[in-house]
Design a protein around this ligand. Structure first.
Ligand SMILES: Nc1nc2c(ncn2[C@@H]2O[C@H](COP(=O)(O)OP(=O)(O)OP(=O)(O)O)[C@@H](O)[C@H]2O)c(=O)[nH]1
Ligand SMILES: [Mg+2]
Length: 434
């Protein structure tokens, strides 16, 4: 870990590129500069960067001495011109100082290892970068500020109290207060209730990271692809008057009122006429099963067909919205149930449809303590199982072991109790430079 590392932190091709250097030796970047930023910490310094007398770039440099830096180590940040040539030459010059290129997420990994942030906050860094809807960003930002850590710590405190009570009862059975064993289930059930509520909320909150899956299904030619395009505001899917146009799943992300939604356009469902269409229809059925919300599209300008009736029955138990499309044409469809009338052509009714989707399935608005990370949810589930075991244990020392187990799983979320291999796997998924 003592290596001094460097990496470009901004996207390639901008006007300015940010290059970060972190480690014991970061201050030695000054050897390449005609002014020393380390003399005025945390202040931007305009300097020329050269290698062996040859000018490489005019840059702005900032020095952050440890521990007041992102990684908790000495850090230098260089703002250089963004061209590929310049960036490559600056990186080459840094290599001559004996520094090495940073691995994915290595700056953040060091920040975690140096105690600048807990593991759940470090993981939220990538969620902040990847957030593509307002609500997702809000939840990731809250996690970055330590919201999960706070929530977990309070459950940990509850369990640590319970544990010391159990330990006392084991060590001094005679002296133990009479109600220790009696009090045990109470503190345990309080912890169980807390973890349970966190998991339930997390399941809803997961949508904030992965998007609400909305499948558009229906028989061929009812206007599914037209609806997809109308919501996206672009000609993403091919639309023709020929039935059986869409063959494969088309999947696009949109933000509806700040909620990330994955819209899935599917092949028209019917008895397929060839192999490719058959596979397409299978995939459509698959999407229908997996979706959080199913929009079943009917063509309101023609009478209902047998296929429509069948699809209505098939989707009966799904979270479903019946969409009567082509409201701009003379109406001939006799569907009498609850439905939303739209025209993918004119855009009529689209707003109402989107509101209906969100009303049916949108997660509660993100609040800081919503856990959205799959790894955290799994750890909570394991903790919950251990706590339930403790609750039903006959022996005090079995209960103590179960509670310790639960504490271990909770600690793996914030990183106080986690294997190095888990940490490695987490940061491998980061981008370089973060
Ligand atoms: N008048 C009118 N025509 C529409 C509307 N929506 C779709 N269409 C037309 O209906 C035909 C079929 O539209 P698509 O969007 O390709 O239908 P689809 O359901 O995706 O069809 P498949 O991919 O074959 O299953 C096209 O000619 C569209 O222009 C609408 O709201 N009003
Ligand atoms: Mg289509």
């Amino acid at each position: 870990m003592e290596d001094t590392i460097y990496a470009p932190s901004s996207a390639i091709g901008g006007a300015i590129a940010i290059i970060r250097i972190s480690g014991e030796q970061a201050g030695r970047v000054s050897e390449l500069l005609d002014r020393d930023p380390a003399r005025t910490p945390r202040e931007m310094v305009h300097a020329r960067l050269s290698l062996r007398g040859e000018l490489i770039d005019d840059c702005v440099a900032v020095y952050f001495p440890a521990p007041r830096s992102y990684s908790g180590e000495h850090m230098m940040e260089l703002n250089v011109h963004g061209g590929m040539q310049t960036v490559q030459r600056v990186l080459g010059a840094l290599a001559t100082l004996g520094f090495r290129p940073a691995e994915c997420g290595e700056f953040t990994k060091r920040a975690f290892l140096n105690g600048k942030m807990d593991l759940s906050a470090a993981e939220a860094v990538m969620d902040v970068i990847n957030a593509d809807a307002e609500q997702s960003l809000k939840s990731a930002l809250a996690q970055l500020q330590g919201s999960i850590k706070r929530e977990i710590t309070s459950v940990e405190e509850l369990l640590t109290d319970a544990l010391s009570g159990i330990d006392a009862a084991i060590d001094y059975p005679d002296e133990a207060e009479e109600d220790t064993i009696e009090a045990l289930p109470e503190s345990l059930s309080a912890a169980i209730a807390r973890v349970d509520a966190m998991i339930a909320k997390a399941r809803r909150g997961r949508v904030l990271r992965d998007g609400l899956q909305v499948a558009i299904v229906g028989r061929p030619n009812v206007g599914k692809s037209s609806l997809m395009n109308a919501v996206l505001g672009s000609d993403r899917a091919i639309v023709t008057a020929v039935a059986g146009t869409t063959r494969d799943i088309i999947d696009e992300k949109v933000s509806m009122d700040g909620v990330p939604v994955r819209l899935i356009d599917t092949a028209g469902i019917r008895e397929a006429s060839d192999e490719a269409e058959r596979i397409g229809v299978d995939r459509a059925r698959d999407a229908l099963i997996r979706a959080d919300v199913v929009c079943l599209v009917l063509d309101a300008s023609v009478p209902m067909t047998e296929q429509d009736t069948k699809l209505l029955a098939d989707t009966q138990n799904s979270t479903r919205i019946v969409v009567l499309n082509k409201s701009d044409l003379p109406q001939a469809c006799a569907y009498a149930g609850e439905a939303i009338r739209i025209s993918a052509k004119t855009g009529d009714g689209l707003r109402e449809l989107q509101e209906k989707i969100l009303a049916l399935a949108a997660p509660e608005r993100a609040d800081g303590s919503t856990i959205t990370n799959e790894r955290h949810i799994r750890a909570l589930e394991l903790a919950l199982t251990a706590l339930r075991d403790a609750e039903t244990a006959d022996e005090l020392d079995c209960a103590a072991t179960d509670v310790k187990n639960a504490l271990h799983h909770l600690g793996s979320i914030t990183g106080t109790d986690v294997d190095a291999s888990v940490i490695d796997r987490i940061f491998e998924r980061f981008c370089v430079g973060k």
